[in-house]
Design a protein around this ligand. Structure first.
Ligand SMILES: NC(=O)c1ccc[n+]([C@@H]2O[C@H](COP(=O)([O-])OP(=O)(O)OC[C@H]3O[C@@H](n4cnc5c(N)ncnc54)[C@H](OP(=O)(O)O)[C@@H]3O)[C@@H](O)[C@H]2O)c1
Length: 211
């Protein structure tokens, strides 16, 4: 069973690989896909097979997905380009008969009304029409979106945000990564499942500022 991870050189991708290894996956069964050979080197050092591919170049994706059973498609990072990029990955996966795609979508994709959700909804639809089995990991906000700004909050005395009194179910990237690893290693049929992932202790921006 070969499991590939796109965006493996990113923050979430690295944590997913650590979680897969911590859950007992064999490094030799994991394939780390990234666009930078240099950034992939530390993952090769962990015993993973590494393959270079760019979301913008479908032929590179076809080669990178050869022989893969399960694929974690970590959503791309260039807002506005992502639907075409994800479509390239899905088409490549179809070409080489990947059996399951797990996709990192956004929390409450269909009902949340967030502008950022549009590309995720479009990708979910592409997956549904692809004929490939798929599972949706609808990740909530990363808590690091806030904790990375702590010094700025403290220096300015201000937490700026547009959520009003809305509650935010943020969780650490490492927790989303562990969820992805659990799904990828599950022996249960994951096709069609949707996981809404986030914290069980939602907070408002005012509560964040108070803390
Ligand atoms: N839930 C949230 O709060 C939240 C916040 C921000 C983003 N996100 C989404 O979650 C994803 C993962 O988050 P993250 O923190 O791990 O992001 P990240 O650290 O920026 O990692 C993004 C990964 O995508 C790769 N990538 C970007 N463009 C690519 C391309 N054209 N071809 C191949 N690979 C490409 C990057 O490669 P390089 O290492 O070479 O750059 C990197 O491996 C993001 O991409 C975004 O869709 C979620």
């Amino acid at each position: 069973m070969k499991i590939a991870i796109t965006g493996a050189t990113g923050q979430l991708g690295n944590l997913v690989i650590d979680a897969l290894l911590a859950r007992g996956a064999n490094a030799a069964d994991l394939v780390a896909i990234g666009r930078s050979e240099q950034k992939l080197e530390p993952l090769a050092g962990k015993g993973l097979e590494t393959r270079v591919a760019d979301y913008n170049a479908q032929p590179t994706l076809v080669s990178a997905l050869e022989g893969i059973d399960k694929l974690l498609l970590i959503s791309a990072s260039e807002v506005g380009q992502r639907v075409a990029q994800h479509e390239n990955v899905i088409n490549a996966a179809k070409h080489v008969d990947v059996s399951l795609i797990a996709y990192t979508s956004i929390a409450n994709a269909l009902s949340g009304g967030m502008k950022l959700a549009e590309e995720h909804i479009a990708t979910e639809r592409l997956l549904a029409g692809s004929g490939i089995d798929y599972v949706l990991l609808r990740n909530g906000w990363y808590i690091e979106n806030y904790t990375d700004q702590l010094m700025g909050y403290l220096n300015s005395g201000t937490v700026l945000g547009a959520a009003g009194d809305g509650k935010i179910s943020a969780a650490a990237r490492a927790d989303y990564a562990d969820a992805a690893a659990a799904v990828l290693l599950s022996e249960e049929d994951q096709n069609g499942r949707i996981y809404e992932l986030g914290s069980d202790k939602p907070f408002t921006l005012a509560q964040l500022a108070g803390a």
